[in-house]
Every structure is written in structure tokens, then in C-alpha cells.
Write a protein that binds this ligand. Structure first.
Ligand SMILES: Cc1cc2nc3c(=O)[nH]c(=O)nc-3n(C[C@H](O)[C@H](O)[C@H](O)COP(=O)(O)O)c2cc1C
Length: 340
């Protein structure tokens, strides 16, 4: 089990699926006294196992793992079929095929869970929903604490049903996907501070620790959230441009250039996510359905085919991405260590 207060630094490197959270990044962060998180989402069961053991090979410090919880609501399939038709002209221009719509599996959730039972970590966190009682019981049986990510007060209340040790409270400035349990939910408009103020009293009663996340880019901002009652803060976007991360070069360059605005869109995956505005978002945002993860698979060949430029890639970024620097994890965490 994890004790967030036992870490030298109350800073968590947020999970970021799709490549950024390499074993090198996760281990570097944990070795520096903060807490790294390995993102398990989108990985095959084999790739997940490999990354887990590679991370273990690089650190003896605790680190966390993050998984996508199985979706509670079914994706809108007919809407995904219509969206597929709209993608065809662009796919043709790029010379790639768009796969047929198929209702995908559970992101090999139960295989990954079995790996984590055989080879436990102190904390497993979830996004896009909550694990059921049986999953929580299996993790606790091997000494693993459970964390659930919430982006609304309603989801926090639901999450307390399984008595998580940790609640990750994600504010609306966050980069990447919103954690909402219901993929069709409209994004919550409460700020991170407002969410914290409402959720903290509930967490105290439930004896859950709180990690605050979303738009945290300076030690001063982290201090404010810790003073407000958070047990730790998690940074995602700030780690996207550190040397140890696996962020794709055009994504990294667009973050460091700082010229684009961030917007929330369903265009790339069917779930709301914040990223840098580009041509793909301009063309598809208004017509993208709440059909996660079907849309993620429909847009994959387009994203892969255009991965040398920024216009058709998902350039996830939090609202405060302009604070990103070309630096090492040690330099980034050093600024926080000085002030916290
Ligand atoms: C590229 C990227 C990928 C992400 N992938 C995940 C993920 O796999 N699981 C998850 O719980 N959150 C994911 N998130 C959200 C982050 O964990 C975190 O909530 C967010 O980055 C915090 O806001 P910030 O980016 O402003 O620091 C992702 C965020 C980004 C930027």
C-alpha cells in the first residue's frame, strides 16, 4: 500500500497513455522522491508486462500503475458509423485505410489485472470509471491500494462506494482525457479548487487521500492545493517535454513553441480530451460522437500516417502548457523540491 506522505516530495507524475510515460520517466521520478505512474492504457497485455518489468529494473522505489476501467456505458455505434464516413476523404488523401467499426474489448483489463496480482505495485489508479468490488478485493489481497480518478462531485460520490484509498481529483484545465465515468457526460465546469472544496470533506470521512491534478505548472500552485488539503499534486503536461518522456517529436515541438490554444474535443477518441488545436480538430470536432473507444480506433491510421507533423495528431496538453520546458525530470522536480 502507498503512503503518499512517506514520499520525499508530494508530487506525482500523472499517468499518460500513448507513449509519454516510459519506464525511464516513471523510474526517474520515483528515484527523485516523487511518485511515478506507469500508464497501462492502450497497451497489449504483453507490452504492459514488459513495461512493468522494465520499470522495476530501473527503480527500487514505489511507483503506481494506471488502467482504463471498463466503460460503464456503451459507445454510440450508429454515430460511429456516420463519423467513419466523414473520415474517409481525409484517409484517402493520406493514403490510409479506416478500419470498419467494431465494438472493442476491454483494453485487456483482466489480463493486466492478473499481471498486477502476480507482480503487485503499491498503488493502482483507474480512469474512465471505477473498478467493481471484486477487482478492488483482488488488488487489496496483494497489498495494493486503489485510486480512482474523478472529474465531478457526482463521480466522487460513486467512487466512495468501493472505499478507495486514494481519489485523484482532476480539474478542467487538465491535459488529455477527462476522467468522467459516463463518456457522454458534459464536461464539469467547476474549477479544480471548487471540486476540491466539495470533495475534501467527503474524502476525510471516507479516509481517502487526495491527489489534485489539472493545470498545475508551478510550485506556488502546488503549494496552494496542498494548503487547501490535497495530500499530493499530480503533473501531466509538465512532464511531456522532459527528456525521459516518450512524447512524439511533433507533439513536443508544438508544446515548446507555445503558439496554439488548447481546446476540449471528442474528435480523436470519442471521449472529451484537452489538446492543442489543429486542423483535425477544426475539421472534425463538431461532428465527433460520444463513441469511445471506437473513434480512437477509427482515427488511429490517420494519426499514425501523419505522425511527422502536428496537424492530424492528438496533441494533448493542459491549459498551462506554455510552462513546459526542454529539461530533465530532475530539473523539473528540482524546482518543486525547492519550494515544497
Ligand atoms: C498525453 C496525456 C495522456 C494521458 N493519459 C492518461 C491516462 O492514460 N490515464 C489517466 O488517468 N489520465 C491520463 N491523462 C490525464 C493525466 O493523468 C492528468 O490528469 C493530467 O495530465 C493533469 O493535467 P495537466 O496535464 O494540466 O498536468 C493524460 C494526459 C495527457 C496530457
Amino acid at each position: 500500500m502507498i503512503d503518499l506522505h512517506a514520499r520525499r516530495l508530494p508530487v506525482v507524475q500523472a499517468p499518460m497513455a500513448g507513449g509519454p510515460t516510459t519506464p525511464e520517466l516513471v523510474a526517474a521520478v520515483s528515484n527523485l522522491g516523487a511518485l511515478g505512474t506507469l500508464a497501462g492504457g492502450y497497451l497489449s497485455a504483453e507490452a504492459f508486462e514488459e513495461k512493468l518489468s522494465a520499470t522495476r529494473g530501473l527503480t527500487d522505489e514505489p511507483f503506481a500503475v494506471n488502467l482504463f476501467a471498463p466503460e460503464a456505458t456503451a459507445p454510440d455505434v450508429p454515430a460511429a458509423e456516420r463519423f467513419r464516413e466523414r473520415l474517409l476523404p481525409l484517409a484517402e488523401r493520406l493514403g490510409v485505410e479506416v478500419p470498419e467499426v467494431r465494438v472493442p474489448g476491454d483494453d485487456t483489463f483482466f489480463e493486466k489485472l492478473a499481471t498486477l496480482e502476480a507482480s503487485p505495485v503499491p498503488l493502482v489508479t483507474f480512469t474512465f470509471g471505477m473498478p467493481d468490488h471484486a477487482v478492488v478485493k483482488r488488488l487489496r489481497a496483494v497489498g495494493t491500494a486503489v485510486g480512482i480518478t474523478v472529474a465531478s462531485v457526482e463521480d466522487a460520490v460513486l467512487a466512495f462506494e468501493v472505499e478507495p484509498e486514494v481519489l485523484i481529483v482532476q480539474g478542467p484545465s487538465a491535459g488529455g482525457h477527462r476522467a468522467n465515468f459516463d463518456q457522454a457526460a458534459l464536461p464539469d465546469q467547476l474549477s479544480l479548487d471548487q471540486l476540491l472544496a466539495r470533495i475534501l470533506p467527503l474524502a476525510r470521512v471516507a479516509r481517502a487521500s487526495i491527489i489534485a491534478t489539472g493545470g498545475i505548472d508551478t510550485p506556488e500552485r502546488a503549494r496552494t492545493l496542498l494548503d487547501a488539503g490535497a495530500d499530493a499534486v499530480a503533473l501531466g503536461t509538465a512532464f511531456l517535454t522532459v527528456h525521459e518522456s516518450g512524447t512524439r517529436p511533433p507533439h513536443r515541438e508544438a508544446l515548446l513553441a507555445g503558439t496554439r490554444e488548447t481546446v476540449v474535443t471528442r474528435a480523436f477518441s470519442g471521449r472529451n480530451a484537452r489538446g492543442l488545436r489543429n486542423r483535425f480538430i477544426d475539421e472534425f470536432d463538431l461532428v465527433a460522437p460520444a463513441s469511445y473507444p471506437i473513434v480512437h480506433f477509427l482515427t488511429k491510421s490517420i494519426r499514425d500516417a501523419s505522425s511527422d507533423g502536428p496537424e492530424y495528431l492528438n496533441l494533448w496538453a493542459g491549459e498551462n502548457y506554455r510552462s513546459c520546458r526542454d529539461e530533465t525530470a530532475e530539473e523539473l522536480l528540482g524546482r518543486f523540491a525547492e519550494a515544497l
